[in-house]
Structures are given as structure tokens and as C-alpha cells.
Design a protein around this ligand. Structure first.
Ligand code: NDP
Length: 240
């Protein structure tokens, strides 16, 4: 069996492409999800990847399921914090529930997951923690105070944890995609999306596979000197 990788939100969109890419490259992959059983079962069957349902915003659930994974598949070497949601709205229309849901799923999840695997990684002297942030965590976005704050938090989380683990064989990195063609982006109104694509120098959305390629690169043993980095993949949008 190859190294064990856990991908949160790994059954749809970017996460599904990450799970598939890691599986193709010899990792034993477990893909987590939160509610869409049909999509998870379909993905599991078509890619022969184990799937497990829990809410990554809940610490106790993470602890319990990660312990189950380690018992069944072995120690977790690669953690990909990919699960994320949006609950968009201008600040004056954002409710505390919208704020809390976005922070729990996008940011607190990174703590919950990493906290449960970090001791094992330190003991074994190897680990890869890769978290998916966003261009909107780097530059901010109207209607996304909650999402931009949570994704900016992921970058701080990455840098601080990278410093703590740099001498333990554990690398901690983030990937900041621009707009990627997934269900999350399909929920943006068509006119708004047209405007967004016009602002992207590459004049197209990115693909989930393009993000998965970077995850596979960072997960490799040979990427051991890359830590605390945020790799952007946005068709040049961060420069405009
Ligand atoms: P999708 O909405 O397509 O997929 C999200 C995945 O996360 C699903 O598998 C979903 O499970 C899972 N998920 C959601 N909430 C939870 C939770 N509480 N616990 C466990 N799993 C959960 O999203 P994308 O693929 O578009 O996005 C993936 C990541 O990339 C996110 O972090 C997002 O913020 C980030 N990102 C996306 C961009 C884009 O343009 N698409 C751009 C920049 C960053 P289920 O199937 O059960 O609903």
C-alpha cells in the first residue's frame, strides 16, 4: 500500500480531482464529504477510492474518523484540507450563522484535521499538509467578508504551522486557486461570471485537474524543501 492521503471534500469538484490524481500516483486515498451521498458513492465506484462522511467543522467527528482511517489503512502521511463552502452576502446582510458556517468549514477544519494527525507525523518524521485557500483570501472580495477572512486565515495557519514543523520532515503549504470550473462557481450568476472571466488574463476558468496537479507535486517526497508557501493558480488574475 502507498502512503495514506486524506482529502477533505474529496468527492466533488477540486477535491475529487485531487483524490483521483493522488490515487493515480499510488497513494491510498480516503475522500471525506459532508452530505451528498449520491456523488460520493458514484465517485467511490468510478475511482475505487474509499469515502467517509463527516463534518470537518466538528473536532470530535474529525478525531473519531481519522482514528478509524488510521486503524483501517495505516498512518496518515498526507492531509489535504480542501473542503470549503461559501455563504455570500454584503456584510450588512451576513448573519452570524453565515459567518460561523464559513469559518468552521474553511478554517477551523484545518485546525481540527491537522491537530489530529500532527503528533503522528512528528513521531514518524514525515508529513504533508496542503490546504486549499483562494485568490479571494489574498485580495478580498465584495460579498465575501466571511470567506475572504477564513481563506486569509488558512494562509496564516499554513505559515505558522510550517515554522513549527520545518525541522520535523513535515511541510505545510497552501494553494490559492482563482476561479475554477466546479459547482461552487456554477452558483455564481451567469452575467457576473462572464465579467469575472473577462478579468482573467487567461480568459478562461481553471480546471480542477490543474489544482490537483499542484497538490500531487507538493505531496511528493522530493518537494521537502517547499514549506510555508502559497502557490497561486489563477490564470494571471492576481496581477490585474
Ligand atoms: P464544491 O462545492 O464543488 O465541493 C465541495 C466539497 O466539500 C464537497 O465534496 C462537499 O461535500 C465538501 N464539504 C463541504 N462542506 C463540508 C463539511 N462541512 N465537511 C466535509 N466536507 C464538506 O467546491 P470546490 O471544489 O469548488 O472547492 C473546493 C475548495 O477549493 C474549497 O475550499 C473552495 O473554497 C476552494 N476554492 C474553490 C474555487 C473555485 O473557483 N471553485 C476557487 C478558490 C478556492 P458534499 O459533496 O457532501 O457536499
Amino acid at each position: 500500500m502507498g502512503k495514506v492521503a486524506v482529502v477533505t471534500g474529496g468527492t466533488r469538484g477540486i477535491g475529487a480531482a485531487i483524490s483521483a490524481e493522488l490515487k493515480k500516483n499510488g497513494y491510498t486515498v480516503v475522500a471525506n464529504y459532508s452530505s451528498n451521498d449520491a456523488a460520493a458513492q458514484e465517485f467511490s465506484k468510478s475511482h475505487n477510492v474509499g469515502v467517509m462522511k463527516w463534518d470537518v467543522g466538528n473536532y470530535e467527528d474529525c478525531r473519531k474518523h481519522l482514528a478509524d482511517i488510521e486503524e483501517k489503512y495505516g498512518s496518515i502521511d498526507i492531509l489535504v484540507n480542501n473542503a470549503g463552502i461559501t455563504r455570500d452576502g454584503f456584510m450588512h446582510k451576513t448573519t452570524p450563522d453565515m459567518w460561523n458556517a464559513v469559518v468552521a468549514t474553511n478554517l477551523t477544519s484545518c485546525f481540527n484535521m491537522a491537530h489530529c494527525v500532527i503528533n503522528g507525523m512528528r513521531e514518524r518524521g514525515f508529513g504533508r499538509i496542503i490546504s486549499i485557500t483562494s485568490i479571494n483570501g489574498q485580495k478580498g472580495q465584495i460579498g465575501q467578508v466571511n470567506y475572504s477572512a477564513a481563506k486569509a486565515g488558512v494562509i496564516g495557519f499554513t505559515k505558522a504551522l510550517a515554522l513549527e514543523c520545518a525541522n520535523k520532515g513535515i511541510t505545510v503549504n497552501a494553494i490559492a486557486p482563482g476561479y475554477i470550473d466546479t459547482d461552487m462557481v456554477k452558483s455564481v450568476p451567469e452575467k457576473v461570471l462572464e465579467g469575472i472571466i473577462n478579468q482573467i488574463p487567461a480568459k478562461r476558468l481553471g480546471t480542477a485537474e490543474e489544482v490537483a496537479f499542484i497538490v500531487n507535486f507538493l505531496a511528493d517526497e522530493k518537494a521537502g524543501f517547499i514549506t510555508g508557501s502559497t502557490i497561486t493558480a489563477n490564470g494571471g488574475q492576481h496581477m490585474v
